[in-house]
Design a protein around this ligand. Structure first.
Ligand SMILES: Nc1ncnc2c1ncn2[C@@H]1O[C@H](COP(=O)(O)OP(=O)(O)O)[C@@H](O)[C@H]1O
Ligand SMILES: [Mg+2]
Length: 409
């Protein structure tokens, strides 16, 4: 991936329109680049914008432009389903834990898709889509066959085209609070939940070991023999030592992968990511982009700001009403320029009809970008873009050590 462009700002200011317009324009100007437009807003509206059904599958719009409105549940499941399944088996196989059913419930519940916060699910999707060389590989290239331009539902899956690797991702982000959550999760929540499960597992392991050392009678097997407790383990979950070890190993591997992915993704976002704030020339939206800039600075480079829906100059003097509005907008337009003098400021006018459909979006794009060279649209501040190799040895949670504990257990 060469560029990751995300649009953020208050609801209703034109984020979706400008994201789509930008994607359409880039696709038109860069015929040899594959561009994917992604909507991260739960109130998806790409389908309305393009007047074409766009859902959980990558949908082709033009030769090199694709769009998707992901269903976060699907992707969360993919990330956590296997982990939850293995953790459950391991937990159920442990004599100690079979005595504390609550623990199992906590672990399995916390990993279930329906209990993962939407922001985290979205973020898991965000992660999978920007990950690796082929961003779609992780979400299952085979399952994600899209319908080609001249294909319909009756086209057998095998005959449909495969998801290409994308060169440029354009993302329509939800308003600020949820946008920050999208950045935070790869860096924070995913690791936090992973750390949590690791900690649960290793503390259970440790306490089990120390109990074993301290007292012989503490061995659940001895308790069971004496009839003090009942062995409630299901036969399916009686694993031998080797099986347990392998299962624990698998779980650690999955967690390790998640961790590597998280750091890789954070580096991609930092390296080739560009956040563009969208505002209108009004107080609430101005305040929001100020906040959004501060809050997202730790995660991504912010290189431009759009002031959308400006009343065209030639509308001046037509009515007192419009002139008042114009004066108000002018005030905030100046304030925005002053506040964000370090950013490239794009301006677009209030069009006399909503910018929808391919042509409408193209019109908005031309209104925004005029004759700006594509290189400046892609990288307005001429930042040095790095798509860094993540440092895969970096391992803040000492997984190797925990793994050793498992092996010794
Ligand atoms: N420059 C513009 N001129 C006219 N209408 C616009 C313009 N930009 C956006 N709109 C309209 O404003 C409404 C909100 O835009 P939208 O892109 O959905 O905002 P957001 O995604 O930020 O909520 C939509 O009806 C859209 O068609
Ligand atoms: Mg929107």
């Amino acid at each position: 991936m060469e560029n990751l462009i995300v649009f953020g700002g208050k609801g209703g200011v034109g984020k979706s329109s400008i994201s789509a317009a930008t994607a359409v324009y880039l696709a038109d100007q860069l015929k040899n680049k594959k561009i994917l437009l992604i909507s991260f807003d739960i109130a998806h509206n790409l389908s309305d914008l393009f007047d074409k059904k766009i859902g959980n599958d990558v949908t082709q719009i033009t030769d090199n432009l694709f769009a998707i409105e992901p269903d976060p549940d699907k992707y969360a499941e993919r990330y956590t389903g296997e982990l939850a399944k293995k953790a459950r088996i391991l937990i159920k196989s442990s004599k100690v834990i079979s005595m504390i059913p609550d623990l199992e419930v906590i672990i399995t519940d916390s990993l279930q898709s329906k209990n993962i916060p939407l922001a985290m699910k979205n973020s898991l999707f965000f992660q999978s889509i920007i990950d690796a060389e082929n961003p779609m590989a992780d979400i299952g290239e085979k399952e994600m066959k899209y319908k080609g331009i001249n294909q319909d539902d009756s086209t057998p899956i095998e005959d449909r085209k495969k998801i290409p690797a994308f060169d440029i991702l354009v993302c329509d982000f939800p308003p600020t609070g949820n946008m920050i959550a999208l950045f935070e999760v790869p860096q924070d929540n995913a690791q936090r939940s992973m750390k949590f499960s690791l900690r649960v597992m290793s503390s259970v392991q440790n306490s089990f070991n120390s109990i074993k050392k301290l007292t012989k009678w503490a061995k659940p097997a001895a308790w069971m023999a004496k009839g003090i407790i009942k062995d409630e383990r299901n036969d399916d979950y009686k694993l031998d030592k080797e099986e347990k070890k392998n299962l624990a190993q698998d779980i650690l591997d999955i967690l390790h992968d998640m961790e590597q992915r998280s750091s890789r993704i954070s580096s991609i976002i930092k390296g080739v990511g560009s956040l563009r704030l969208v505002s209108i020339a009004e107080k609430p939206s101005f305040e929001e982009v100020k906040r959004a800039k501060k809050m997202s600075e730790p995660y991504i480079s912010i290189d431009s700001l759009h002031i959308n829906r400006l009343i065209p100059e030639n509308e001046r003097g037509r009515s007192k009403y419009l002139d008042n509005l114009y004066g108000y907008q002018e005030k905030y337009q100046k304030l925005i320029h002053n506040e964000f003098s370090d950013l490239k400021i794009w301006e677009s006018q209030l069009l006399d009809h909503p910018p929808i459909g391919y042509n409408g979006l193209m019109e908005l794009a031309k209104n925004i970008y005029n004759d700006t060279p594509i290189a400046d649209i892609l990288n307005p501040l001429h930042r040095f873009l790095i798509n860094p190799e993540a440092n895969f040895d970096e391992n803040p949670y000492q997984i190797k050590k925990i793994r050793k504990n498992w092996e010794n257990a």
